[in-house]
Write a protein that binds this ligand. Structure first.
Ligand SMILES: NC(=O)c1ccc[n+]([C@@H]2O[C@H](COP(=O)([O-])OP(=O)(O)OC[C@H]3O[C@@H](n4cnc5c(N)ncnc54)[C@H](OP(=O)(O)O)[C@@H]3O)[C@@H](O)[C@H]2O)c1
Length: 326
């Protein structure tokens, strides 16, 4: 097995029980070893997603404990299993970790199918912000909704991690983009390409929009419930938070889909090209050191992050800086 690593242990953020942010423990743990088809990556940055605090709380089932938190990473290939030909030692990469690994750590395992090469123009902080959020937006709009140029798309929760990428992907595809967000995110979303921004605190979206071809629902609940009537017949609602009611979809003459995103390195490579070519921006709201994972979870759980939160791993200079767009 080719390797650049000599250490036997590493720092990681683990949970030993389910609960609030206080169950996140910054501790020394054994270095993981790559299985067939896997890479060991020296993590430079870990993206934070709402699913991380949902797992921490035990909302997604009782996973085996202890568990290293986090799925998204950017870093450098440190060890490759002998069958791997796609990546070499020292390659800068980003992607999604293996099922039994975690990215809130100095090292993480990833199957090659979940990894893409990091473009030189993309730093590791912004690369780590991409995987889950951008893949979810991509798969919802293109794999599930088959969004076409000229179509009208309504994106709920547009200022969040998934929404920020969805607005840009839809615009890039040539769709007419309507976004829901708070008033303070209106300028941000127009800069990303939204044609119309509806302040959901001030206006009921169903009073402001109709005849929509595609809805991306990142909110669920009554937002999803009120969405059916703004779709045109033959339209589609894709939810990433709550399985839509097929009976209601049929009653409105529309299609509904529930997406659980898939960690695909090939799609990440296409998305990375769009970022490298300046077609898509990555907005990082806050960068915190790995040691401050608890604070990162509190911020994510507030439900009002703009873009993404990223944990810097092994960065001496990360002190929690806001508002970086690449
Ligand atoms: N199924 C999957 O595979 C999958 C994948 C990724 C994410 N998800 C889920 O999808 C959801 C969104 O993920 P995310 O990463 O985008 O979350 P996020 O970054 O935490 O989203 C935060 C954004 O939601 C907006 N928001 C909150 N309430 C809103 C409302 N009623 N109407 C419109 N916007 C609202 C906030 O904007 P304001 O501050 O302007 O209110 C904020 O910008 C999460 O529940 C996550 O777990 C599922």
């Amino acid at each position: 097995m080719a390797t650049m690593t000599t250490t036997a242990t590493m720092k990681a953020v683990r949970i030993h029980s389910f609960g609030g942010p206080e169950v996140l423990q910054f501790e020394e743990v054994p270095l993981p070893k790559p299985a067939t088809g896997e890479l060991l990556v020296r993590v430079q940055a870990a993206g934070v997603n709402p699913v991380d605090w949902k797992i921490r709380q035990g909302l997604l089932g009782r996973l085996p404990l202890p568990q290293i938190m986090g799925s998204d990473f950017a870093g450098v290939v440190e060890t490759v299993s002998p069958d791997v030909t796609e990546f070499r030692l020292g390659d800068p990469v980003f992607g999604v970790v293996a099922e039994d690994s975690g990215s809130y750590a100095e090292y993480a395992l990833a199957p090659v199918s979940r990894v893409a090469r990091k473009p030189v123009s993309l730093d590791e902080i912004h690369a780590a912000a991409l995987p889950t959020a951008s893949l979810t937006a991509w798969q919802a709009l293109f794999d599930e909704a088959n969004l076409e140029p000229g179509q009208k798309v309504l994106i709920h929760g547009a200022a969040g991690g998934v929404g920020s990428f969805a607005v840009q992907f839809a615009k890039w595809k040539g769709a007419q983009v309507i976004a829901t967000a708070s008033a303070q995110n209106a300028d941000y979303l127009r800069e990303l390409g939204a044609d119309t921004v509806i302040d959901y605190h001030a206006t009921r979206f169903e009073d402001a929009v109709d005849n929509v071809d595609v809805i991306l629902d990142t909110i669920g609940g009554e937002t999803q419930e009120r969405s059916w009537k703004v779709l045109k017949r033959g339209g589609v609602l894709v939810s990433i938070v709550q399985p839509p009611d097929d009976t209601k979809a049929a009653a409105h003459g529309v299609r509904s889909e529930f997406l659980i995103s898939k960690p695909r390195g090939d799609q990440l490579a296409r998305i990375a090209d769009l970022v490298a070519n300046g077609r898509v921006k990555v907005h990082v709201d806050m960068v915190l050191p790995l040691e401050e994972a608890r604070r990162a979870h509190e911020l994510s759980q507030s439900g009002h992050v703009r873009g993404k939160i990223v944990l810097g791993v092994g960065h001496q200079d990360v002190g929690g800086f806001p508002g970086t767009v690449l």
